[in-house]
Design a protein around this ligand. Structure first.
Ligand code: ATP
Length: 369
């Protein structure tokens, strides 16, 4: 059982004004794949390096498989790591690169050969075992690095942006292979990336980091469709979530409502105590309905930009000075300055306090750190 627990980790690099990680706690279950996602400088790599033993926290605790490893050197942690730069040995053949960790551990020859053959098959490296890294493509070299990491039966697999040196097509195919591979070996995995599609596709759960803190920790579909705060909604999604400023009204009877121009939307009943407060209504561009004809209480706006995206079109609409992005099927047509009508389905709206920018609704899907 290799569960991982990060408890209240603080780390400030010498001379830095702000901490790289601030009170980060994260419980990772045995066999779970957790992705650390966030913008540059948010502390992802620092967290991973503390887990690997390459950096020491100023305070806090790291427990792996029930063992406190906080101050143990990397070699005493039984973790393996894959880096962004392939970090393979240029003067060793592929088979010797893969076997490296086993050789260091003085594993017997037959067992080493068996493991190398197993990893080479999983990573489709069998034809290249007798080549040197210089005779491989970037994708193949990264496969060697992954093979080397999995043969040693590490308790935890750590990966730091392993796909980011690959071109976009290769990244997509390797991503799918990596997902299958990690599922099949079942090793607890912590994976760092700033690429949201990679995070959503790979993770059992995604920890979105901001300024050294976890802004939300939840399964991928939940971080996407129920962001715990404005930062997460604005970081995930391409384009990101729209946020419409309005005020929560008491409504009639037990209801709370908010006005979006001509459309009045009903708020969840639980929000009624917040009436009178300024709120932000979050809605994903693909959830906004856009039409060139007026429908019901749709809100009128003017097209600012019309962008064909291939499988869909993106329409930027000015509604009383607020710019709203709507993603429509690629059969939709409009041009700059056209009048269009927008509808915001109530079930797709997420409610945020305008001041704290935190979600007003709570529930299991809104699990935060
Ligand atoms: P990126 O995606 O750009 O790699 P990250 O989220 O992995 O970023 P970290 O590398 O963990 O971020 O860095 C977090 C903060 O700590 C940043 O402000 C960075 O400048 C700082 N930092 C990182 N390493 C060092 C170091 N060795 N010395 C001083 N400051 C550092």
């Amino acid at each position: 059982m290799t569960d991982v627990h990060l408890r209240n980790l603080f780390k400030t690099y010498p001379g830095a004004k702000t901490p790289a990680t601030k009170d980060v706690s994260l419980d990772i279950a045995d066999g779970e794949f957790v992705v650390l996602l966030g913008p540059s400088g948010c502390g992802k790599t620092t967290l991973l390096r503390m887990l690997a033993g390459l950096e020491m926290p100023d305070s806090g605790q790291i427990v792996v498989g029930g063992r406190d490893v906080t101050y143990l050197p990397p070699k005493d942690r039984n973790l393996s790591m894959v880096f962004q730069s392939y970090a393979v040995f240029p003067h060793r053949k592929v088979r010797d690169n893969i076997a490296f960790g086993l050789t260091m551990r003085r594993t017997d020859r037959r067992e080493t050969e068996r493991k190398v053959a197993w990893a080479a098959e999983l990573l489709q490296l069998e034809p290249y075992l007798d080549r040197y890294p210089a005779q491989l493509s970037g994708g193949q070299r990264q496969r060697v690095a992954v093979a080397r990491a999995i043969v040693v039966d590490a308790d935890v697999l750590l990966m730091d942006e392993p796909l980011s040196n690959l071109d976009s097509l290769l990244r997509l195919s390797f991503r799918a292979d990596l997902k299958k591979l990690v599922e099949s070996i079942g090793t607890t995995t912590v994976y760092v990336t700033h690429d949201q599609s990679e995070a959503l596709s790979l993770g059992d759960r995604v920890a979105v980091l901001r300024n050294g803190e976890i802004a939300q920790l939840a399964p991928p579909l939940d971080v996407y469709s129920r962001p715990a705060n404005r930062f997460v909604g604005g970081f995930l999604g391409s384009p990101p979530m729209n946020f419409l400023a309005t005020t929560l009204d008491a409504g009639e009877g037990a209801e709370a409502t908010a006005d979006l121009g001509t459309q009045t939307v009903r708020a969840p009943a639980a929000l009624r105590p917040h009436h009178g407060r300024p709120v932000l209504l979050g809605i994903r561009p693909e959830a906004v309905r856009v039409s060139t004809t007026r429908e019901g209480d749709a809100v009128r706006g003017q097209v600012k930009v019309f962008e064909p995206m291939g499988s869909a079109v993106l329409v930027t609409v000015d509604v009383d000075g607020q710019l709203i992005k709507a993603q429509a099927p690629n059969t939709f047509r409009a041009a700059s300055d056209d009048t269009v009508w927008l509808t915001f389905p109530a079930s797709e709206l997420r409610w945020y306090d305008a001041e704290t920018e935190l979600a007003l609704e709570t529930g299991p899907a809104l699990e935060t750190a």
